[in-house]
Design a protein around this ligand. Structure first.
Ligand SMILES: [Zn+2]
Length: 161
């Protein structure tokens, strides 16, 4: 095999057709024993028009790890896209995009308004793989921008929650 043979849904999405910020359900997978796992696209900025700089994105990542778990059950992982326009959210079970969008909005509000540097987890050499590359200032400013635009629970039309 010379190239990847599996078509991945994320690369089938027309990234020029979406209207960020939004939450999109990518897929629900069912395991052999019936357990379900959901994969969401948490798109914070418009693809090919914006990208969150790595330090701010990194700090948002560390904060969402706890803030989303405070607000939703069943979270497995929330990791940034390589294009730096948002995050994958993987969960046990099924959740509506409205529920996820509300949890994301509330988490970004806490980052923008309440979080202090000492509240950011994993900012030293023992607890992070690139601890020098954090910016709470950037995380707060990008959170404010995303919130000012509103988070839609539909990727193709603005249905701000
Ligand atoms: Zn880190």
């Amino acid at each position: 095999m010379t190239k990847p043979q599996t078509k991945v849904e994320s690369f089938q999405l027309d990234h020029t057709a979406v209207k960020a910020p939004y939450v999109r359900l990518i897929t629900v997978e069912t395991g052999n024993k019936g357990d379900k796992i959901s994969n969401f696209d948490l798109r914070l900025v418009q693809p090919n028009e914006n990208a969150i700089p790595t330090a701010g994105l990194h700090t948002i990542e560390h904060l969402l790890a706890g803030l989303l778990r405070d607000r939703m059950d069943g979270i497995i992982d929330c990791s940034p896209f390589g294009c730096r326009t948002g995050f994958h959210l993987i969960t046990w079970g099924e959740h509506s995009t409205t529920e996820v969008a509300k949890a994301l909005k509330s988490s970004l509000e806490q980052i923008a308004n309440d979080i202090k540097w000492e509240d950011v987890p994993g900012t030293d050499i023992k607890s992070c793989g690139n601890y020098r590359d954090h910016s709470l200032f950037s995380a707060k400013e990008w959170s404010k921008k995303i919130l000012s635009e509103g988070i839609s629970d539909d990727p193709f039309q603005r249905n701000v929650i």
